[in-house]
Design a protein around this ligand. Structure first.
Ligand code: NOJ
Length: 745
């Protein structure tokens, strides 16, 4: 029957009325009628089959499962011949439903883009959209039609290795970038052969793992969940994200995979999500470890009843749902709904009509893809310090050193399964290609190397160099899933190497490639300039050369606050005001006399050793050029109603000597609320590219609805009162360019 249905042209599907046994037939649109007719004709077993996701377990086994209709989706198989065999087995045998082929395509498939945290530093959503689109095109050429990205977890703790995979600490930036990624992967039309389904993960709260230890419990109260952790997922739903992934963590005692409140009440009922939710890897089974389910059968019951549609690799649904239905613990209609959610996305992907890939293999590493990856790497770099060493001037001879200067695998970053290091352009390769006279002495062979025996050679080589470029940071394996650290200093003997370099008296440019903010506090003094590139991907070397040569001006801004040391974490910018906020004039450790009498000293909220702020604040980043802001105005001072809009206009002029880009950031502060409110919140930004001497009028619009928050009683409200609104070039008060007060009536 389904075979007949899928042969019908879409127009014929419109005319389709009723089909197959069981269930109600929807008389709505063509999609609903198609989904209903397919699913209503399925046996219970075959409905369950659609909810089962299998990892690569050998082609024969997968072919068998597909032929039996017991595998709705597969992950981690990329051999095209195998995939063809598996897909053929699925579509040639009842119930003739194609398998959805999935993969973790996180920041590129073959052409690797900067890690998402780096992409966030670009503050350029179009760059994120384009990178995701390119990733989709390349992945689709190997039959992949579903990626487990974007990761939308707010990460306020850089000890957590997965901070690399998301867009940082801020809910607004993550929402904007996440929506851009969804649009990039899915395109305007999911059924296009080059579009792939996105997956908003990890739903929800996973980034708040206790002490930054991956997989750990979270304790996010409802209001914080609503105001900080959920908004990026809501933005993804609004952007039409096809799928969600439940997270590993239990929040306040409830594992996400069994959490009806988030999977059903919020995602489906409030946000009207009509795609499907997949578990994380074996997270149905992990509810047993959590002590939330007694056994696999109990776990299957809890997951399906909470609203989890697809079981990733645990086989819990395949093995137990039928029995659970016969025992009356799970209703068949629950399974029918879940199956419809899966089939709906397969329909939208056009899989029923085109189950096999048709995208040319030539798209991989296409020149325009490499060009986009280069642009992304350039825009992701954040210049943290520059005493004039950059851009390089009158530099003929360079000493290139450090463990990441020629590390083709490691500069790609975490979650790279398919990108090959043979395509990576390292700094060494790029400096040579650009015609620099380069002496390369690594000094350290990898980031954790603590063998200092090569330092004397580095010092000797420095004698004849005009400048030293140190490229360090952390290997890709030190960040990402399960790779958490309690000490975020440079690993191995990298700090000692920087100290040695400083002693040579030559200018030292430190380039850091890392998956997270590192605590480089004590290294700063040993550098003349610092470029933070995160893990920049395939084209990182070329991007670095263009940046240090001044062909491209650094314009990245930090997507997460950099702590001075790990003990200062969390140190995110948008904290609530305390009853005793620090003034910045309090006593610090060195100010305390010996045998000081008992006193609370500053009596405010700060640390005696690390003081008040972070090492570098959220939104911070330097440029080679200068920007002048002028002519600020706001459309009015009194606003009312959710549909009203705050419009701030101003002019930015590039008054320096290089073309470049500035990110104008709009922050607000709700002065008095029914609950304490953050001291500042990013609500808008615009990245403006300007030639030397060029100026542009800029307008940033903030819908009044974005001043709403979840207050008492879990209700979203727009509260009346005064708000401060300002434009700045970082979240730090020193970088405020203009400030005003508005009233919401
Ligand atoms: C576990 C990870 O948490 C998730 O992000 C990933 O998509 C799945 N494994 C599948 O590989």
């Amino acid at each position: 029957m389904i075979k007949d249905i899928i042969k019908l042209a879409p127009i014929a599907l419109l005319a389709l009325s009723a089909c197959g046994g069981g269930g109600t037939v929807n008389n709505g649109n063509a999609e609903d009628r198609f989904v209903d007719s397919v699913v209503n004709s399925l046996s219970l077993k075959h409905k369950i089959g659609q909810l089962n996701q299998v990892t690569a377990v050998g082609v024969e086994e997968m072919e068998k499962l597909a032929a039996e209709g017991m595998m709705g989706s597969i992950l981690n198989e990329t051999n095209l011949d195998n995939l063809h065999r598996i897909q053929k087995a699925a579509v040639d045998n009842p119930p003739h439903i194609p398998v959805l082929i999935s993969r973790d395509v996180i920041h590129g498939y073959k052409t690797i883009f900067p890690i998402p945290l780096g992409q966030a530093a670009s503050f350029d959503p179009e760059l994120v959209r384009q990178g995701s689109e390119i990733s989709a095109i390349e992945a689709a050429s190997d039959g992949i039609r579903w990626t487990f990205a974007p990761m939308l977890d707010i990460a306020r703790d850089p000890r957590w290795g997965r901070i690399a995979e998301g867009y940082g600490e801020d809910a607004y930036l993550t929402s904007v970038m996440g929506a851009a990624a969804v649009k990039g992967y899915q395109g305007d039309d999911l059924s296009k052969e080059t579009s792939i389904a996105a997956c908003a993960k990890h739903f929800v709260g996973y980034g708040a793992a206790t002490a930054g230890r991956d997989y750990n419990s979270t304790f996010i109260p409802m209001r914080l969940l609503r105001n900080v952790y959920l908004p990026p997922f809501r933005a993804a739903a609004q952007a039409g994200c096809a799928t969600y992934m439940s997270s590993f963590n239990d929040n306040d005692g409830v594992p996400s995979t069994g959490n009806k409140l988030i999977l059903t009440d919020i995602l489906r009922n409030e946000w009207k999500f009509d795609g499907f939710v997949v578990s994380d890897w074996f997270s149905v089974g992990e509810m047993i470890n959590h002590g939330f389910a007694a056994d696999m059968k109990d776990a299957a019951e809890k997951a399906i009843n909470a609203g989890l549609d697809m079981d990733m690799v645990a086989n819990a649904y395949k093995d137990y749902l039928e029995t659970l239905v016969s025992e009356g613990k799970v209703s068949e209609s629950k399974i029918t709904e879940a199956c419809k959610n899966v089939v709906r996305i397969k329909y939208r992907l056009g899989l029923f009509q085109n189950p096999y890939p048709t995208v040319s293999q030539d798209v991989k590493y296409a020149p325009e893809h490499l060009e986009a990856a280069l642009h992304a790497a350039e825009q992701s770099a954040v210049m943290l310090k520059n005493n004039g060493a950059l851009p390089l001037k009158n530099v003929k001879k360079i000493l290139l050193c450090g463990p990441m200067a020629d590390a083709p695998h490691d500069q790609l970053g975490t979650w790279v399964f398919d990108g090959e290091k043979s395509h990576t352009i390292t700094p060494l390769a790029a400096f040579k290609e650009a015609g620099y006279d380069v002496t390369y002495v690594a000094g350290l062979t990898y980031s954790r190397d603590s063998n200092t025996s090569k330092f004397a050679e580095v010092t000797r080589a420095a004698k004849s160099a005009d400048a030293i470029i140190f490229v360090g940071g952390e290997e890709s394996i030190l960040s990402g899933e399960a790779h958490c650290l309690s000490n975020l200093n440079l690993q191995g003997a990298q700090s000692e190497l920087l100290e040695t370099l400083k002693k040579t008296g030559k200018p030292v440019v430190a380039v850091i490639m890392a998956g997270r903010p590192l605590t480089i506090t004590d290294d700063i003094k040993n550098t003349d300039a610092i470029l933070y590139m995160f893990h920049p991907g395939t084209m990182g070397g070329n991007a670095l050369v263009n940046l240090v040569a001044g062909k491209v001006t650094p314009s990245g801004k930090l997507p997460a606050s950099f702590p001075k040391n790990a003990g200062q974490i969390p140190v995110y910018y948008n904290q609530n005001n305390t009853g005793r906020p620090a003034s910045g004039n309090e006593i610090l450790l060195d100010d305390i006399p010996a045998e000081a009498g008992q006193t609370s000293l500053g009596c405010t909220s700060y640390m005696l050793d690390t003081g008040f702020g972070p090492l570098y604040p959220f939104g911070y980043g330097l440029s080679y050029t200068e920007f002048a802001f002028s002519d600020f105005s706001v459309n009015k001072t009194e606003f009312s109603g959710e549909n009203d809009e705050i419009k701030v206009s101003f002019t930015i002029k590039n008054t320096g000597n290089y073309e470049g880009a500035e990110v104008a950031q709009l922050y607000v502060r709700d002065l008095v609320g029914s609950i304490t409110r953050p001291i500042k919140e990013l609500k808008g930004f615009k990245k403006v590219y300007l030639q030397k001497g060029e100026q542009q009028n800029v307008e940033i619009t903030v819908p009044l609805s974005s001043l709403k928050f979840y207050g008492l009683d879990d209700k979203e409200i727009l509260e009346k009162g005064e708000f401060e609104v300002w434009i700045a070039t970082s979240s730090a008060n020193e970088d405020i360019k203009w400030k005003t007060k508005i009233t919401v009536k």
